[in-house]
Design a protein. Structure first.
Length: 402
C-alpha cells in the first residue's frame, strides 16, 4: 500500500506501522505460497498413498482368497490322510486274515493227516473189536443157555431188593437245630447214605432237581436247610408224598448261631458267603452287641422260614409234612427217632442205634433249650419274643412268657 510523503511526514509513526504491516504481509504471502506448494505436494503424496493402499487392499483380498483355498486344500489333505490310514488298517487286517488263514490251513492239513492216521488205527481196532464181539456173543449165548434164570427167580430177586430198600427221608432243618447230628444218627442207624440236595445257602437254599431225583430212588437221608419256596415244594411234590421239617425255638437257634460264628473268626472263604452280611467289626464287638445283631438280623429269617413251612403244610394235601422239634430230640431221642421211622413206615428192627457223641464233631454245642433266657438281656428277650407269632409259638410249645 502506497502512502504519500506528506502523510508520512504528518504521521511518521503510523507510516512506520504500515510499512511493517506491508512487510509482514509480504512474508505471509510468501509463506502462504510455500504452504500452498507443500500442500500440493502432500496432496500428490496422499493420492500416491491412496493408490498404494488400494493396491495393498487388492493384494490382501487376493491373499485371503489364497488362504481360504489353502485351508480347503489342508482339510482335503487331512481327509486323504485319514482315508489312507483307514486303507492301511484295512490292508493290515487283510494281511492278518491271510496269515491266519494260512496258519489255519496248515493246521487243518496237519489235523487231516492226524485224523487220517487215527481213522486207520480205529479201522484196525474195529476189526479187532468185531472179532472180539463175535467171540463174546458166542460166550454170552453159552452162558445164557447154561444159567437160564427163570422169570419167577428174577421177580423174587426184585422183590427182595424192594424189601431191603428204604424210602429216602427228606428232612429240612432250621439252622443250628441238630442238623448234622440227626442226619448222622439216621444214616448210621439205617445204614443209608446222607445226601445234600440243595445249594446250602440259607435262607435262599434251593433244591437241585438232579440231586432230589437221585434221592427219590431210596435209601438216602438228606441234610439241608431249604425253605418251603414254590420251586422247592414243587420238586418235593413231584417225587415224594411226605417230608420232615425239623424246628427249634428260634431264640435258642439264634443264640447257638452267634456262638457258631466264632468258627469264622479266622476269616476263611466261607465267611464271605454269610447272609445277612456281618458288620466288619463283628468279632471285635462285645457279646451283647453280637446278640443284638442276631436278634435284629438272624432271628427274623428263622421265624419267616418256620412260617413258610407251616403255610405249605396247611395249604395243600399232596405232601404230608411232619414237624419235629429239637426240644423232643434232647428230651427223648429214642421216641424222636421212632416218630420219624413210623412216619416213613420203616420197621423198627431196621434201625440199629449208633453211638454218637453230642459234641463239636457233629456240630452239637450244648443242647440246651432255654439258654437264651440267661444269655439275652431283658430288652433282647422282649424284642426276640415279640417276633414270634402267637399261633406258631402255641403250635410248637415255645413259651412267650418272660
Amino acid at each position: 500500500m502506497h502512502i504519500p510523503k506528506m502523510v508520512r511526514r504528518l504521521f511518521p509513526k503510523l507510516s512506520a506501522e504500515c510499512d511493517a504491516l506491508e512487510a509482514r504481509e509480504r512474508v505471509l504471502k510468501q509463506r502462504l505460497a510455500t504452504l500452498s506448494e507443500q500442500l500440493q505436494v502432500v496432496d500428490a503424496q496422499n493420492q500416491a498413498l491412496n493408490a498404494q493402499n488400494q493396491s495393498l487392499d487388492d493384494e490382501s483380498n487376493d491373499l485371503k482368497s489364497e488362504i481360504v483355498a489353502l485351508r480347503e486344500l489342508e482339510g482335503k489333505s487331512k481327509q486323504v490322510e485319514a482315508q489312507n490310514a483307514a486303507l492301511q488298517e484295512s490292508v493290515d487286517a487283510a494281511d492278518k486274515i491271510i496269515s491266519e488263514q494260512h496258519t489255519l490251513r496248515v493246521a487243518l492239513e496237519a489235523k487231516y493227516v492226524s485224523l487220517r492216521e487215527e481213522a486207520d488205527a480205529v479201522s484196525e481196532k474195529l476189526e479187532t473189536v468185531s472179532k472180539t464181539l463175535s467171540d463174546v456173543t458166542h460166550e454170552r449165548d453159552a452162558m445164557i443157555h447154561a444159567v437160564q434164570i427163570s422169570d419167577a427167580k428174577y421177580d423174587e430177586l426184585v422183590a427182595r431188593w424192594d424189601a431191603y430198600r428204604l424210602p429216602s427221608i427228606i428232612i429240612s432243618t432250621m439252622p443250628k437245630s441238630g442238623t448234622y447230628y440227626i442226619s448222622n444218627h439216621l444214616s448210621k442207624g439205617l445204614h443209608c447214605k446222607t445226601r445234600i440236595i440243595s445249594n446250602q445257602y440259607f435262607p435262599y437254599d434251593a433244591i437241585r432237581y438232579s440231586e432230589i431225583k437221585e434221592a427219590s430212588l431210596g435209601s438216602y437221608i438228606t441234610q439241608d436247610h431249604f425253605p418251603a419256596s414254590p420251586t422247592n415244594t414243587h420238586f418235593i411234590s413231584q417225587l415224594f408224598d411226605r417230608a420232615v421239617c425239623h424246628l427249634r425255638d428260634p431264640r435258642q437257634a439264634m443264640l447257638s448261631y452267634i456262638h457258631y460264628l466264632e468258627g469264622f473268626k479266622g476269616g476263611d472263604d466261607t465267611f464271605a458267603l454269610i447272609y445277612p452280611r456281618l458288620p466288619d467289626d463283628f468279632f471285635e464287638l462285645p457279646i451283647e452287641s453280637r446278640l443284638d445283631w442276631g436278634v435284629d438280623n438272624w432271628l427274623p429269617l428263622l421265624v419267616e422260614w418256620t412260617a413258610q413251612w407251616v403255610e405249605f403244610a396247611e395249604g395243600q394235601d399232596k405232601v404230608t409234612v411232619k414237624f419235629t422239634r429239637f426240644e423232643d430230640l434232647v428230651s427223648d431221642e429214642e421216641a424222636f427217632t421212632q416218630d420219624i421211622l413210623d412216619f416213613y413206615g420203616i420197621p423198627q428192627p431196621r434201625f440199629i442205634p449208633p453211638v454218637l457223641k453230642k459234641d463239636g464233631d457233629v456240630h452239637f454245642r450244648s443242647g440246651l433249650i432255654d439258654e437264651w433266657r440267661s444269655a439275652l438281656t431283658p430288652d433282647q428277650q422282649e424284642r426276640a419274643t415279640a417276633q414270634i407269632p402267637l399261633q406258631i409259638a402255641k403250635r410248637f410249645g415255645w413259651s412267650l412268657d418272660l
